[in-house]
Design a protein around this ligand. Structure first.
Ligand code: LLP
Length: 413
């Protein structure tokens, strides 16, 4: 959370006061620090000692094209899960030969688009998908580069909605069937088998699940090598967690060291797909207190952001630090539920927060750079928030606040 700090009693993003941003761009808005994003990416990158690695930033965490552009310029690859994300990567100047395409339900048109763009690899999740991809590639007279996503059945010890590597989860090819499907894939006319991948979940706070999953993949790679199937890369997915409150998490370099140590002795390119750990703590959501509603039972601070802008608290019980933009206040400290204007009891951004509040105060909701804007919606016909990028003492609006006209765009009477 150190990328947003108090200077002269005002919360700043790099050198810019959030108060100034609110004056110029209004609230609610997401604010990202370019330096914070670059620092995290570099930490991952420098921790690899061999050139044989590729960081494929998971676009779903934050898909604003300016954010993708920052990463593309640093040499990042991208993990995408739809042709929409591929479109964004291309618009942002990303290089298709560094794109891996994950997801359990790739449509025919999406596969075609990705084949036309010559992406690095399809992370195929089932035998049916493999057959379909082979067919499409054949009709286009091309060869599809493929990694098979296996489900290593490893417990990532995270929220059940974001655990993906257990055998009961919908993701990847079951470990028991994997070898056989690799053998079939190796024989397919228009499949070029180049890798193996997994992704065991998100907001993971320990290194051992990553190492266990990777070890399983490496064992399988060794078995495949024995039967003449030679893979070029191993992709361990994303999932490294971030500090939301006071959790102590492995750093990107500790994470990379754990992976490279496990893979030591294997001549393979290592791919990782971090999302949250690159952008999560590089963003805050700025909001204004509209009303204080104090009842005999509970105090509510109604803010101008809501679950449509940030759904993590409602959906996963996600906890985000909330701080005043102006450090000092004449108000008395009280305990509030900080809620939005949406007509749902689940519409809150923080519960039981003790703060001195006055109507009109600005608040910053921390650690919202990942899965914040990218999961936002127009529920209750609320225009989506603006997105702002701070670069030293420069401020860029990287997405305009939506207008009421935007809300009905494409609708017909
Ligand atoms: N690769 C694949 C195949 C994934 O499915 C994901 C995330 C990632 C990489 C990036 O994972 P990360 O490094 O960001 O943990 N909306 C949830 C998180 C969902 C994650 C989905 N997959 C949240 O707000 O916590």
């Amino acid at each position: 959370m150190s990328d947003f700090t108090y200077k002269n009693g005002q919360l700043h993003a790099e050198d810019i006061s959030l108060l100034e941003i609110a004056k110029r761009h209004n609230t609610p808005c997401y604010i990202y620090s370019k330096k914070a994003i670059q620092t995290k990416y570099t930490e991952f990158d420098l921790a690899f000692t061999s050139n044989q690695h590729l960081i494929c930033y998971a676009v779903k965490a934050n898909s604003n094209i300016s954010i993708l552009n920052i990463l593309a310029k640093m040499g990042s690859g991208f993990d995408i899960v739809s042709s929409g994300e591929l479109f964004r990567v291309l618009k942002a100047g990303g290089s298709p030969d560094k794109v891996v395409f994950s997801g359990v339900g790739k449509r025919l048109d999406e596969m075609k688009f990705a084949l036309e763009q010559n992406i690095k690899c399809f992370n195929v999740e089932s035998k049916s998908e493999l057959l379909k991809l082979n067919e499409i590639a054949e009709s286009m007279k091309v060869s599809a580069p493929v990694s098979l996503r296996v489900n290593p059945d490893v417990d990532a010890k995270t929220h059940p909605y974001i655990a993906t590597g257990l055998k009961e989860n919908k993701f990847g090819i079951s470990f028991e069937l994997a070898k056989d499907i690799f053998k079939q894939a190796a024989k397919m006319s228009n499949i070029n088998l180049i890798g193996i991948d997994c992704h065991i979940g998100s907001q993971i706070s320990e290194l051992s699940p990553f190492q266990d999953a990777l070890q399983k993949l490496l064992d399988l790679i060794d078995e495949l090598t024995k039967i003449g199937i030679q893979l070029r890369h191993v992709d361990i997915g994303g999932g490294l967690g971030i500090t939301y409150k006071d959790e102590v998490l492995p750093t990107p370099s500790q994470y990379v060291n754990a992976i490279t140590n496990t893979a030591n002795g294997h001549d393979l390119e290592i791919i990782i797909e971090p999302g949250r750990s690159i952008v999560g703590n590089a963003g805050i959501l700025l909001t204004k207190v509209e009303y204080l509603n104090e009842t005999p039972f509970k105090n509510f601070a109604v803010v101008d952001t809501a679950m449509n802008d940030l759904i993590r608290p409602s959906l996963y019980n996600g906890w985000h630090e909330i701080k005043r933009v102006t450090q000092d206040s004449d108000a008395k400290e009280k305990t509030y539920d900080i809620v939005g204007p949406i007509c749902e009891t689940g519409d809150f951004v923080g519960k039981n927060r003790t703060l001195p509040l006055t109507e009109g105060d600005l608040l910053a909701i921390f650690s919202t750079g990942a899965y914040g804007f990218s999961m936002s919606s127009n529920y209750n016909s609320r225009p989506r928030a603006a997105e702002i990028l701070v670069d030293d003492n420069q401020v860029y609006e990287i997405r305009e606040r939506e207008t009421q006209e935007d809300l009905i765009n494409g609708e017909l009477l």
